[in-house]
Design a protein around this ligand. Structure first.
Ligand SMILES: C[S@@+](CC[C@H](N)C(=O)[O-])C[C@H]1O[C@@H](n2cnc3c(N)ncnc32)[C@H](O)[C@@H]1O
Length: 264
């Protein structure tokens, strides 16, 4: 059975909140609302057009090149460690699904299943193909996740919008939340050289305080970016909306915080 066939048990109808079931290539609820599986394997449960901040196809392609080249491998390893042992994992704002796919491939996670959600259709097209035990659904984290209550034991959120009330609702009691946020010095040299958007201070500490229980791990490593990687790194983020063109090779440093906690 496809990953979507299994993960369909977690999904709820975005119209009436009834449980969805996969019938051939269509998800249906008992009230007969139906959502077709796209040719590329994802399902759109958004119910409206994607908002303007959804990543574009160009941003998603830049992200895929950058992440597949391994530049952020230490972050992927930290994420895989943080969700080790979880069996049912949803990654929200998953982009290409890189982190969830890496975690599913990591030792100890052989039987785990994953669902990537993102408001961007081009992102979900990629995420649907990222791992055989992972499905992808177009959904808006802020509008509410198309997931049943208490259906997953981990929620993963890497550099993406959060909705702690929804995370709490979809997690089983005692379930784990793993959030990766940039530290204040993340890519400082690149941001200064390119006049990129500033990073909010103290995000990780404030976030950890809002969890019932949390640990915070700092992950930092140097990045000696060539022109291709520097251009992709800028092009895959929010700055892509207001600048374009090649970015010169830059020596900088990734500085992120991995917050692991419980919300109950
Ligand atoms: C900075 S990217 C991070 C992507 C991925 N987590 C990664 O680190 O490779 C932010 C992602 O959040 C998605 N996004 C933005 N607003 C969203 C929302 N309201 N609901 C779900 N996804 C959203 C974007 O389309 C984009 O893929």
């Amino acid at each position: 059975m496809s990953a979507l066939g299994v993960v369909a048990d977690w999904l709820r109808c975005p119209v009436c909140a009834g449980p969805l079931a996969l019938d051939d290539r269509t998800l249906r609820c008992p009230d007969r609302h139906s959502f077709d599986v796209a040719r590329q394997g994802y399902v759109n449960l958004l119910g409206h057009a994607a908002p303007r901040n959804a990543d574009t196809a160009e941003m998603v392609a830049a992200r895929a090149r950058f992440l597949d080249a391994g530049w952020y491998a230490p972050i992927a390893e930290a994420v895989a460690d943080a969700i080790a042992g979880c069996r049912a994992i949803v990654e929200v704002g998953a982009g290409t699904g890189h982190y969830l796919a890496s975690a599913l491939s990591a030792g100890g996670n052989e039987g785990a299943l994953g669902l990537a959600t993102d408001v961007s259709v081009p992102a979900c097209r990629r995420a649907a193909r990222a791992h055989p035990r992972m499905a992808a659904v177009v959904a808006d984290t802020w509008a509410g996740l198309p997931l049943l209550d208490s259906c997953v034991d981990a929620v993963l959120c890497v550099f993406a919008p959060r909705n702690l009330d929804e995370f709490r609702r979809v997690l089983v009691p005692g379930g784990r939340v793993v959030v990766v946020v940039p530290g204040p010095e993340h890519l400082a040299e690149l941001r200064a050289a390119q006049g990129l958007l500033e990073i909010e201070d103290d995000k990780a500490e404030r976030l950890a305080d809002s969890f019932g229980e949390a640990t915070l791990r700092a992950v930092g490593f140097p990045l000696d970016l060539d022109e291709r990687a520097a251009t992709d790194l800028v092009g895959m983020g929010p700055n892509a909306f207001h600048r374009s063109g090649p970015v010169p090779a830059t020596r900088t440093r990734a500085e992120v915080r991995v917050v692991v906690g419980r919300l109950d």
